[in-house]
Design a binder for this molecule. Structure first.
Ligand SMILES: Cc1cc2nc3c(=O)[nH]c(=O)nc-3n(C[C@H](O)[C@H](O)[C@H](O)COP(=O)(O)OP(=O)(O)OC[C@H]3O[C@@H](n4cnc5c(N)ncnc54)[C@H](O)[C@@H]3O)c2cc1C
Length: 418
């Protein structure tokens, strides 16, 4: 148990009508974040190392299994419940929230989201039996899953099949290829790898995407390259090389073809990176209020709140933050299988808004608080650097969201110009 948190909830349970379970999980996340993660964040950032201690604490609090169904020993949170807790974590440590997203998505996609999909009876029974193993590892052993899909090609954006291939062999698959930006590299127990099933004589197809868990000790798996980025330094997103790596059939996170169905029918699955960045926006705002009131621990109690320019800047930040939070809450509330066109467009708008607003609020926070606020002894400059990464995350980068919003607003599926 950690101490109670002093910070107010990002989403007050009564005002936003959260379920008791959503409120409870978000409170656990906030308490861990405020009491433990906030004080450690500087270390992960400075040294670009993975927040292992935070993961130990999250495991003890049950949060590694937040989206594992209750019947499998988890907390059984849905999409919104996870998102609310992740935003609270992001408020205190962006790298923890972002990597936690990769881990939790592995359970959300295979859990609640997969339950919504139109699967054949065979697919359903195969999936229900293999996912038990993954859930058990997480709940009983504290196993951590990551999600390497980026390859430096158009595959991660969803425009072409993954170049990493899996060849079916007796009892499993052999995987070959390369993944870049593999967050949790060297720290995950299993790498949830997206690859394309090789079919003799047939061109690679996105419909043949496989989602396989590669154990960290698998022969032929190598982690290479360094990790010294601008922001989100604790994610340790290094490169993975797969050289004929064998994994057993039981390592399927989804049966063949099911990932493609999920990506097509449950597009909000790609919105799960946004809570980390919404939390960062909240943190920059909270910091600015404390700073201008002269209440930042360790700083002289100099007040700067009496200047009209500061008040206007704070108002501007609050307008941006509240607009982003309200839009985000609506979108995570309506996330569902087979959403309407309007809901899909809103999901793109929301992702774009969160990623760009997070960065913008951090920019305003530094400009408003002034020179001392960007020293490395304070969290603001880290928030600023971390927030910059949000718009770059595939498949829904800020650019690609705009691209889709424009195109899909103007064209119905299948429509072409003469
Ligand atoms: C901190 C951090 C952690 C990450 N963790 C993970 C992880 O755990 N797993 C993972 O798989 N990936 C991860 N990524 C990678 C991320 O999702 C992107 O794949 C990566 O940032 C892409 O970089 P790139 O330069 O290769 O992009 P490119 O593919 O070169 O694209 C550059 C930009 O061009 C635009 N673009 C790309 N394709 C198109 C297109 N077809 N049409 C129009 N515009 C396009 C996009 O806006 C994109 O931002 C992480 C990235 C960061 C920064």
């Amino acid at each position: 148990m950690t101490e109670a948190s002093a910070d107010a909830a990002m989403f007050d349970p009564v005002a936003w009508r959260l379920t008791p379970q959503e409120a409870e999980n978000a409170k656990t996340a906030r308490e861990l974040g405020e009491n433990l993660f906030a004080g450690r964040a500087e270390k992960w950032d400075r040294e670009a190392i993975f927040p292992t201690q935070n993961y130990d604490d999250m495991y003890k609090a049950g949060l590694l299994g937040i989206c594992v169904p209750k019947e499998n020993g988890g907390l059984g949170a849905g999409f919104r419940g996870y998102a609310l807790a992740a935003a609270e974590i992001g408020r205190y440590c962006g790298a923890t929230a972002l990597t936690w997203n990769m881990h939790v998505s592995s359970t959300l996609w295979t859990g609640a989201l997969a339950d919504d999909l139109d699967l054949t009876q065979d697919e359903r029974s195969r999936h229900n039996s293999t996912r038990k193993l993954h859930f058990k590892r997480i709940v009983e052993d504290g196993a951590i899953y990551s999600q390497p899909f980026s390859e430096g090609s158009a595959a991660a954006a969803g425009f072409q099949p993954f170049a990493t291939t899996a060849v079916k062999v007796d009892g499993g698959y052999k995987i070959s290829g390369k993944k870049i930006f593999a967050s949790l590299a060297g720290h995950a127990d299993y790498y949830g790898t997206l690859c394309t099933l090789h079919r003799e004589g047939k061109p690679p197809s996105r419909g043949d995407t496989l989602y396989l868990a590669v154990p960290k000790e698998a022969e032929g798996l190598q982690i290479v390259g360094d990790w010294d980025p601008l922001g989100m330094r604790g994610t340790v997103s290094r490169t993975l090389l797969f050289d004929d790596v064998f994994v057993g059939d039981e390592e399927e996170l989804m049966p063949q073809g099911v990932y493609f169905k999920a990506a097509s029918s449950w597009p909000h699955m790609f919105l799960t990176l946004s809570p980390a960045y919404l939390g960062i926006a909240q943190a920059a705002f909270d910091f600015t209020i404390k700073y201008l009131r002269g209440e930042v621990p360790g700083m002289p109690p100099v007040k700067r709140r009496m200047y009209p320019t500061k008040q206007i800047a704070v108002a501007e930040m609050r307008v941006k933050l509240d607009a982003a939070k309200s839009l985000w809450f609506q979108t995570v509330s309506e996330a569902r299988c087979k959403p309407s066109k309007d809901q899909v467009l809103r999901a793109y708008v929301t992702n774009h808004t969160i990623m760009e607003t997070s960065c913008d609020i951090c920019r305003l926070a530094i400009r408003t608080c002034g020179g001392q606020s960007m020293l490395k002894t304070l969290p603001l400059e880290r928030l600023y650097r971390d927030s910059r990464c949000g718009s770059l995350m595939l498949p829904w980068t800020a650019e690609l969201c705009l691209d889709r919003i424009g195109r899909e607003s103007l064209y119905e599926p299948g429509e072409m110009d003469d």
